[in-house]
Design a protein around this ligand. Sequence first.
Ligand SMILES: [Zn+2]
Length: 141
Amino acid sequence: MSTLNDKAGFKARVLAWAKKLDVPVRALSLRQMRNKWASCSTAGNYNFNLDLLEVERDLADYVIVHELLHSHVPNHGKLWKSMMLVHLGDYDALAARLVKTTTSEKTVPQQRLPVIPFEQRKIGRNNVVETGQGVVTSRRK
Ligand SMILES: [Zn+2]
């Protein structure tokens, strides 16, 4: 399966999903991130890990949809899960493959592991949530 191996292609993919999911995107960036695949804020700012350009397209979609849906649902509860299911199908399998990719690819730093199950993560006060590891930052009130 092909990857989204250029920034413009990746961003176009994010924006296409955003349109489909009716999610406003104010700012979108791709950057080196050591400990997570993506982060978002309720203000509509999205950051994605550059390493996502190297993973298979459906795994990138998993991270993209995961993050965008937080615009509607700031947690990983029943509503979020059912939306994930509608748009991605068996997203648990995708998440598992993403973890495997993380463990098997040399390019991905070991520090990213282990991935904490989404259910164990906390949501910050300003609803900043992150995909890929259970680090939550909350700098604003
Ligand atoms: Zn999440």
